[in-house]
Design a protein around this ligand. Structure first.
Ligand SMILES: [Zn+2]
Length: 638
């Protein structure tokens, strides 16, 4: 399935890294060739939620002991999310003899194995049990009766001490006989239900998951020169794979728009590995040459669902440049055990959030109104986040590994991974400032070409620091970018940075009509959105997910976890609440609400009379429509 072009290059890369290693030690005797780890994964029982793996690990024992580690800090997840609790069935052998082992008492991801003298290869057998609830990240639900996403980091063990670039590994994978697969990992050969991959570095293996399934479809997208792109999809049904041709055309335009934006690519081929299932975790995880994208089963055949998920693939693909190729120093760790530092995630994720949404509009996956509605939602949510009074945006990045798993309750006071949506606002503002400073001659597109473009290359990492970002911005348009960024990263509010919307010729306003985006979110997430009126984020049964501190609901002593049982004497549902808000505005009456707090029920009065409120962007006709300029296609006619 892989092009022979890519196989040659990856092999050459491996050889060149070994050659470089030899050169450094040329004064000494030639070192023995580095033996690869061999791993065989049996995914034929993925529908039963268990994968089996066997590894042969070349080892150098020390005093009768070998330590092997299980990947802990997972690239792109920015945290210690390796699913160590799901690693089961662990057994070690050498020379046919079973060995004893113990876990490190401090580092739960390390195992100490007692080995006999002279052992050079450790055999490990392990099982990965897969969770069923459709939540979490890549270690969340990954398999259904019809498909599986194999993430190699969940199945490997290695002896620590080397850069993962310098650990060669040869993988094989067994999948059910009637399944197909897609991956960016170069294939050596296949047959009898087993795929044998080329030897690559551990870095490349972990960066190259495999999507396999019974219902599988591949659409070639635009090729640019020798670089092909593919949309590889596995689904729980054939029906979900009947993607309208116009949607495929929009993904082809996405590929063209990324080429026009960055001006160079840093991969040999690119695969969107798209899982369409209601039974897997829904998220995206970026890789250099692919992305692991998981959405609801009917996303590409139901227009409402498609619009809600439209920015996922543009976001993950943007990461190939912003996150994978250009990576903050603190996230470019030498192996999977060293902790990552997230202080520049407002670039890694924040700029990706901005570019991903701009590319969604430029490629036609969103129309202009959908882009504006999403921007309004982002701006309003952040402008109504009282947690910014104690927690600056910088701390949401610094504490990312904690905030990713924090609950919805008290999110507006705790703050969440706000470096994504607030990064959108900050980079939008930077884009408008560049355009203003240069009279429209330059834009953030020029920054992307400078910072992420250059020449086409194979996958590689070019690290950066805060000052490198400032310097690149200054090369595009001289400005006090250090102060611009620090002012927005270290501030305590009160409001969100809305300068990009204002400069862009638009205003954030609220009215009683929900946008299509807001309605779609309520429908698909089974929620009732009263955040901007009462200060309440509710599920459709009336359970309070969050209360905005100092909002009317907060002042009425309503708290997260409580349940709205009745409104104005009638059992709660979303329509009853919205009708009561309308009546309160028309008649000036308070809302009388019955609230359950665990087993106890109380009546509360909410003093609020302004009706429903939902955010929108409206034109400020005194200024040019720079937002409209920003989302115009760059690659038109391609
Ligand atoms: Zn991302």
């Amino acid at each position: 399935m892989m092009s022979s072009f890519q196989r040659t290059v990856v092999c050459a890369l491996l050889l060149s890294s070994i050659a470089a290693h030899s050169q450094r030690k040329s004064a000494q005797p030639a070192p023995a060739p580095v033996q690869p780890i061999r791993i065989t994964v049996d995914a034929t029982h993925a529908p039963e939620k268990i994968l089996h793996a066997q590894l042969q690990i070349p080892v150098t024992p020390s005093q009768g002991r070998v330590t092997v580690t299980y990947p802990k800090w997972i690239p792109g997840e920015h945290g210690p999310t390796g699913p160590i609790g799901d690693l089961t069935g662990l057994q070690f052998f050498a020379n046919g003899q079973r060995l004893t082992w113990s876990r490190d008492l401090v580092e739960m991801f390390a195992f100490h194995v007692n080995v006999p003298a002279g052992v050079s290869t450790l055999e490990a057998r392990l099982d990965l049990v897969l969770p069923a609830p459709p939540e979490g990240f890549s270690s969340g639900a990954s398999a259904t009766a019809q498909l599986d996403m194999v993430s190699w980091n969940q199945l490997v063990l290695y002896q620590p001490g080397k850069h993962s670039d310098d650990i060669p590994i040869t993988a094989s994978l067994k999948i059910p006989a009637d399944w197909h697969y897609g991956t960016a990992l170069p294939v050596e050969n296949e047959g009898n239900g087993q795929i044998n991959f080329r030897t690559v570095s551990l870095t490349t293996l972990v960066d190259s998951p495999v999507l396999a399934g019974r219902h599988f479809r591949r659409f070639p997208l635009s090729a640019e020169g020798p670089i092909p792109h593919f949309l590889d999809m596995a689904s729980d049904s054939e029906a979900a794979l009947q993607v309208p041709p116009e949607v495929i055309n929009e993904y082809k335009r996405l590929v063209a728009e990324t080429g026009a934006l960055f001006g160079a690519r840093h991969y040999r081929e690119y695969h969107f590995l798209l899982t369409l299932s209601d039974r897997v975790a829904h998220f995206g995880l970026e890789h250099h040459q692919s992305s692991d994208d998981r959405v609801s089963e009917r996303t590409l055949i139901d227009e409402d669902m498609r619009v809600l998920a439209a920015s996922l693939l543009p976001h993950e693909m943007t990461h190939s440049w912003n996150g994978k190729y250009r990576r903050p120093e603190g996230l470019a760790t030498p192996d999977y055990q060293e902790p990552m530092k997230g202080d520049l995630l407002w670039v890694y994720e924040g700029l990706t959030q901005y570019l991903g949404e701009v590319l969604t509009a430029r490629s036609g996956l969103w129309n202009k109104q959908q882009f504006l509605d999403e921007a309004a939602e982002t701006a309003a949510a952040l402008d109504n986040t009282p947690g910014r009074s104690w927690r600056p945006l910088q701390d949401t990045a610094d504490a990312a590994q904690v905030l990713y798993s924090s609950p919805a309750e008290f999110q507006s006071w705790r703050r969440s991974v706000d470096f994504y949506p607030e990064g959108f606002l900050i980079w939008l503002e930077a884009d408008t400032v560049i355009r203003q400073q240069t009279n429209g001659q330059k834009s953030l597109n020029d920054f992307c070409r400078l910072f992420h473009g250059g020449q086409n290359t194979e996958p590689k990492v070019v690290k950066y620091k805060f000052d490198d970002v400032v310097s690149a911005l200054n090369q595009v348009a001289p400005h006090d970018w250090h102060k611009f960024l620090r002012d927005r990263l270290d501030t305590y509010g009160p409001g969100a940075p809305l300068g990009g919307i204002v400069n862009g010729g638009w205003k954030l306003v609220y009215d009683e009509n929900a946008s299509e985006i807001t309605k779609g979110q309520e429908k698909s997430r089974h929620t009732v959105d009263a955040r901007f009126s009462l200060g309440l984020a509710l599920d459709e049964k009336g359970v309070v997910r969050d209360v905005i501190v100092n909002s009317p609901a907060w002042k009425a002593n309503i708290a997260p976890g409580m349940e709205l049982v009745a409104v104005n004497g009638r059992r709660f549902n979303g329509d009853v609440l919205k009708d009561a808000l309308k009546a309160g505005k028309a008649n000036g009456t308070d809302l009388e609400v019955l609230v359950a707090n665990g087993d106890f029920i109380k009546a509360v009065t909410i003093n609020y009379h302004d009706g429903e409120k939902y955010p929108h962007l409206v034109r400020d006709e005194s200024k040019p429509d720079i937002l409209g300029e920003i989302i115009k296609p760059l690659a038109e006619g391609k």
